[in-house]
Design a protein. Structure first.
Length: 303
């Protein structure tokens, strides 16, 4: 399925795209871009989605607000590209850490894309070094980092190569330029784009429905609505530590097998932080997530 809107689904088949409805009684909200479905053809060239095939992968979050349900954003992905802006809205490591942890929990490769670098104060050498240092943390952990600007064209070809031949989802806060990046990497695609809100400094929701777009290089990319909040859907406390990939080799030397790396003695992860082997900022954010999450039967609900 490549697009859902108002209860109608665009399904790509060997014979072209067919507009479908969900079978009566089915939950239309359970079908997301990337889902593989079985359809029956109906009169006037339309169809009905009869069933969904099992998902190989999914990327999800906790639904916004107080409910604790899971919201699947896209399915059967090869990777997620987490897009943040260098400025307007401001680059926040805490936001990036949440998306990266969610990608790890979902078993997906992740690429970090820092867009709008033309707005970064690169004329100020100290500011330029600061931005480079903040992003280099993630490159050293092992995540590919791509710096882009739709205005100058910087990094667009690198992003195009990262998307080539893969099924990807561009995810991130509102206003970081996800739709503009898709238009840049695949000329000919036209998507609605808007500027940042001057009154709030936050992004406006340009993309209002998720859709899977076929790129000229043979890949597909899901353009997803911007998210002003991103929470995990019931991740166990042990799983949260595993979602910070740089913790894993050091956790093996913890004194206790069930160490949560917060206050326990003989913690290999805390020792690695002190030795500079684990980024202190990432570790401190992990601790805040552990302490701030609501426990439900040893599952964390992090809003």
């Amino acid at each position: 399925m490549i697009q859902a809107s108002s209860g109608l689904f665009q399904v790509e088949t060997a014979h072209g795209v067919i507009e479908c409805m969900a079978r009566a009684g089915a939950d239309p909200g359970a079908i997301v871009p990337g889902d593989r479905v079985l359809i029956s053809q109906q009169p006037a060239g339309r169809g009905v989605i009869e069933s969904m095939m099992p998902r190989a992968t999914r990327f999800s979050r906790k639904v916004a607000g107080r409910r604790q349900d899971e919201q699947v954003i896209a399915a059967n992905l090869d990777q997620v590209v987490i897009v943040l802006a260098a400025a307007e809205p401001a680059f926040k490591e805490t936001t990036l850490d949440r998306y990266l942890a969610a990608a790890e929990h979902c078993g997906l490769n992740a690429v970090v894309c820092v867009n709008k670098i033309d707005l970064a104060p690169t004329a100020d050498a100290d500011a330029a070094r600061e931005l480079a240092g903040r992003t280099d943390v993630y490159a050293r952990i092992g995540y590919p980092v791509i710096m882009t600007s739709v205005v100058t064209g910087t990094g667009v070809n690198n992003l195009r190569q990262a998307l080539e031949g893969r099924v990807s989802a561009l995810v991130g806060p509102s206003g970081v330029g996800k739709s503009s990046l898709i238009c840049a990497v695949s000329p000919g695609i036209s998507l609605d784009t808007r500027e940042i809100s001057e009154s709030t400094g936050k992004g406006r929701h340009t993309t209002t429905c998720s859709r899977l777009i076929k790129l000229g290089n043979g890949g597909y990319v899901a353009d997803t609505p911007g998210m002003r909040e991103f929470g995990f859907h019931q991740v166990s406390r042990d799983e949260l530590a595993w979602c910070f990939r740089e913790f894993r080799p050091h956790a093996q030397s913890c004194r206790f097998a069930d160490c949560r790396h917060v206050t326990e003695p003989g913690c290999g992860v805390r020792k690695a932080v002190e030795q500079g082997l684990v980024p202190r900022g990432r570790y401190e954010h992990y601790v805040r997530l552990m302490e701030g999450g609501v426990s439900q039967s040893n599952r964390l609900v992090i809003c």
